[in-house]
Design a protein. Structure first.
Length: 259
């Protein structure tokens, strides 16, 4: 059977004086090897896109993390240099795709920057440099370690009983690899908080009125998707939702999760 396809909006990157539309390897690998779907990278442009033309050809939307931040003007705040770096083309591509995918009941998984884009797309706001706020831990990546050390699973989040993610991972404590200096401030009206860190930082949300899988997580399940059980289960659930959409909502064979 032909694998269904998910769209992944690209970041704009510059290498050797050239502009590239890029997505980190781990997201593409997790989509293919854990969710069991193919991924198409969607170029990022500030204008000229037909969002429905993109979504007509896919059965899911995966919104990845990035080194850039959502521009504060999109949630009514004044931008400072400290809030960057910014990627206005990524903003202009991802936010309309998120809103339209939800409207069309196309499965959505939003990760790291993605959960922040999801919150802003639906009318929420973000807080920056959260480690400077009273009582908030330092969620930034550790210094002086390799990438495996950087993405090590070390932080506890509390998954709310009865939530969408509890149906995938179970309620209670889950260990994750959450790396960020921005976080949800005002939660969008259409979002339900699904998991929080021990300091109260929002770590996962779902779309309350969504007619398909629509989840955002602040941590990075893509990095250990093939070896970490919770990460594997999250991508497997997304893959199942994508296959159900591709099959016209008929029952689908679940993705193989780690036993």
């Amino acid at each position: 059977m032909t694998k269904p396809i998910v769209a992944i909006p690209a970041d704009i990157r510059s290498f050797d004086g050239a502009t590239w539309h890029a997505v980190q390897h781990q997201y593409l690998s997790a989509a293919l090897n854990t969710a069991g779907v193919m991924a198409f990278i969607i170029p990022a442009f500030e204008q000229g896109y037909d969002t429905d033309a993109i979504l007509d050809h896919v059965d899911g939307l995966l919104v990845s993390g990035s080194a850039s931040n959502v521009h504060p003007s999109l949630y009514g705040a004044e931008a400072t240099e400290r809030d960057g770096p910014f990627d206005p083309a990524r903003d202009a591509t991802s936010l309309p795709l998120i809103r339209r995918a939800i409207d069309r009941a196309i499965p959505l998984l939003a990760i790291c920057r993605g959960i922040q884009e999801l919150n802003v797309a639906l009318g929420g706001s973000l807080a920056t440099e959260i480690q400077e706020q009273p009582g908030i831990w330092d969620h930034r990546r550790p210094e002086g370690v390799d990438r495996d050390g950087m993405y090590a699973i070390r932080q506890t989040v509390h998954v709310k009983e009865g939530s969408c993610i509890a149906g995938i991972l179970g309620p209670g404590e889950v260990l994750v690899n959450s790396l960020h200096r921005q976080a949800i401030a005002r939660t969008a009206p259409r979002l339900q908080v699904e998991a929080i860190a021990e300091d109260g930082t929002v770590e996962a949300v779902s779309v309350i009125d969504a007619k398909a899988f629509a989840v955002g997580v602040q941590w990075h399940p893509e990095y250990w998707a093939e070896t970490d059980k919770p990460s594997n289960k999250l991508f497997a659930a997304f893959g199942d939702a994508v296959r159900n959409h591709a099959a016209g909502k008929l029952p689908a064979v679940p993705a193989q999760a780690i036993a």
